[in-house]
Design a protein around this ligand. Structure first.
Ligand code: CP
Ligand code: NVA
Length: 308
């Protein structure tokens, strides 16, 4: 049995297999062919943080695969009143076929997985958001940007930046990350990415100059400056992220055919300007739709590995 906790746990070939399944099911879905790859299966979906895309993509996805999703907000289950993660996992995983969980500390997800009898999917933690990155790469493939791919990530060294590090270092593309000083990616995650890069040939460049990062990039991406749980730091962060907005001037430095991606929700006027968000290079809603297709690919792949 396999879990989907971070991209670090997968080989390049496995990631490609998941992307192939996602693409195949997307093609079927677009023709309104709904094959029941997971009939009668129940996906438990535990949310300790808010969500629009993750919830809708997994719930719609499992339904279209022939199963059903259970939305379990931590406010409504005993987890929110202090029932331990270990007990929650042992109970829910005895009654469902797969579990997706969005939580705070990554160690809580790992704890849940260690007690689970069924595959567990990371629906976002403070450190990683791997299901998002599968949708992002699906978008890159559809846009035919995978050849000579140079991704520039401008902004906070957060769960998205960490996930880009894992994806680039596993698949072997060039990733440039520019964060303000004091908001760099975690050293141990960077170290892991550099280790994977030795095998994949990825080029990872970390710095504090957004313009240098974006120069000639074929994909420009960013994320909110204030992640869920950091609301109290908003004022300070907005001050320190000055100069990190992806606006027209920034996009002009990128390759002329570059696309702009954002996992959403987006805060216009902060990490991205309205012009870029709504402009011709933006693929943010294609990317958002791909959450549905990528999430199906992950579930079907995990289901196939149940007896491994
Ligand atoms: N990108 C993303 O995960 O969105 P939600 O927080 O709405 O799920
Ligand atoms: N970095 C953001 C991503 C939201 C999808 C957060 O963790 O809140």
């Amino acid at each position: 049995m396999r879990h989907f906790l971070t991209i670090a746990d997968f080989t390049k070939e496995e990631l490609e297999e998941i992307l192939d399944i996602s693409m195949k099911i997307k093609t079927e879905t677009k023709k309104r062919i709904f094959k029941e790859y997971m009939p009668k299966q129940v996906l438990g979906m535990i949310f300790e943080k808010s969500s629009t895309r993750t919830r809708v993509s997994f719930e719609t996805g499992i339904y279209q695969l022939g199963g059903v999703g259970l939305f379990l907000s931590s406010n409504d289950i005993q987890l929110g009143r202090g029932e331990p993660m270990s007990d929650t996992s042992r109970v829910i995983s005895r009654m469902t076929d797969m579990v997706m969980i969005r939580t705070f500390a990554h160690s809580k997800l790992e704890e849940f997985a260690s007690y689970s009898q069924v595959p567990v999917i990371n629906g976002l933690t403070d450190d990683f958001h791997p299901v998002q990155l599968m949708a992002d790469y699906l978008t890159i493939l559809e846009e035919k940007k995978e050849k000579d791919l140079v991704v520039a990530y401008v902004g906070d060294g957060n769960n998205l930046a960490h996930s880009w590090l894992m994806l680039a270092s596993k698949l072997g593309f060039e990733l440039r990350i520019a964060t303000p000083k004091g908001y760099e990616v975690k050293a141990e995650i960077l170290a892991k990415a550099l280790e994977f890069s030795k095998i994949s040939g990825a080029k990872i460049i970390i710095g504090n100059d957004p313009k240098a990062a974006v120069k000639g990039a074929t994909v420009v991406t960013t994320d909110t400056w204030v992640s869920m749980g950091q609301e109290d730091e908003k004022e300070q962060r907005v001050k320190e992220f000055t100069g990190y907005i992806v606006d027209d001037a920034m996009m002009k430095l990128a390759h002329k055919d570059a696309i702009f991606l954002h996992c959403l929700p987006a805060y216009r006027g902060y990490e991205v300007s309205v012009d870029v968000f709504e402009g011709p290079q933006s693929r943010v809603f294609e990317e958002a739709e791909n959450r549905l297709h990528a999430q199906k690919g992950i579930m079907v792949w995990l289901d196939g590995k149940r007896n491994d």
